[in-house]
Write a protein that binds this ligand. Structure first.
Ligand code: DAH
Length: 328
């Protein structure tokens, strides 16, 4: 890159000024008269070198102006810092949830996002065509169904991992699974997105009872939300647990007053309960010998209810607006 290049008329001026008949070098050479022959010889050699150097500098500048572009950038300006990205807030939440559960002996697993009806519903004690299936607003994939496993669906919950995990462990407890995955339902409003994440816990062993479920939930709530948030279990109904509960946590946005997001001061995180004997049977585990508990919560809701994170529309998380995401 040529930092300064001059046009030809400027170069001609320079040549005349330094190398011309009455130029500065010619003026200088007049002073050689008073020198001895030896001195004149030495200074003459130096003089010629200087003359050649000036001539070369002018010539190379002339060449440059013909072949090079003028300077396009100022190399003395400070550089542009490339913007540094970070992980999506939901990815951070998943990492933290994973850390909390692996600390108490759960193993993180993943199962297919497009799965057979059998794993998403059938094995979870949903008879074919049972109306309870409607709550899962399921997307069906348009491919031929399997004679035993049924249709392929986009997993509407992470509970599809329950019987798959029992099979992975060759139907022999103990089971301590944490399945964190994408889920899909035909829903979109301030507290729902079509794609969202759930984390599903499943514990099966001898003598597992409700106090283990309660203790695990309390441990998680304390670790993730801090000591100031309260959780509660509300009796509910799920096909795959008996008894079943919904887990609520006090809303951080309005501190229990009721707002656009939570309405009544509590936000539903998801379900839980004691694993239904029919689900254990579907996983070829004897319900007379073993019992278990399970829970499945939304990652986005869980993240939103975390202290200091105030989002009043869940859809913002997936709107790809960098101004929103940069806040985390
Ligand atoms: N799969 C349920 C849902 O998506 C949540 C759930 C409820 C998971 C009870 C569980 C459970 O493991 O025991 O709404």
């Amino acid at each position: 890159m040529i930092i300064s290049s001059k046009d030809n008329s400027e170069l001609e001026e320079l040549r005349i000024r330094y190398l011309g008949k009455s130029g500065q070098l010619a003026e200088l050479s007049k002073e050689f008269k008073g020198l001895s022959p030896d001195q004149r010889k030495d200074i003459g050699l130096l003089f010629n070198d200087v003359k050649t150097a000036i001539q070369n500098a002018i010539d190379s500048s002339k060449f440059s102006t013909l072949t090079s572009q003028p300077l396009a950038a100022d190399p003395s300006l400070p550089g542009i810092n490339p913007p540094l990205g970070h992980l999506h807030p939901v990815t951070y939440a998943i990492e933290e949830i994973n850390r909390i559960f692996t600390q108490i002996g759960f193993t993180r697993v993943r199962y297919p996002e497009a799965d057979w009806d059998w794993y998403a519903f059938g094995s979870l004690n949903f008879p074919a065509d049972h109306p309870a299936r409607d709550d899962w607003e399921t997307f069906f994939i348009d491919v031929p169904s399997h004679p035993k496993l049924g249709n392929i669906v986009l997993t509407p919950h992470t509970s599809n991992g329950q019987v798959r995990e029992m099979e992975r462990l060759k139907n022999s407890p103990p089971v301590r699974m944490i399945n964190i995955a994408k889920c899909y339902r035909r829903q979109s409003d301030v507290s729902h997105t079509v794609m969202f994440h759930q984390f599903e816990g499943l514990v099966i062993d001898k003598d597992i009872n409700i106090s283990h479920l309660k203790g695990t939930i309390d441990y998680f709530v304390k670790s993730f939300f801090g000591p100031n948030r309260i959780s509660r279990l509300r009796p509910y109904h799920f096909q795959f647990t008996e008894p079943s509960f919904e887990v609520d946590i006090s809303c951080d946005l309005c501190h229990g007053q009721g707002c656009r997001l939570c309405k009544e001061g509590w936000l539903e995180l998801g379900g839980s309960g004691m694993v239904h004997p029919n689900v254990l049977k579907a996983g070829k585990i004897d319900p007379e010998k073993y019992s278990g508990f399970a829970f499945g919560w939304g990652v986005e809701r869980t993240f939103m209810m975390k202290s200091g994170v105030k989002i009043d529309d869940l859809r913002l998380l997936y709107s790809n607006d960098i101004r929103f995401l940069n806040q985390f």
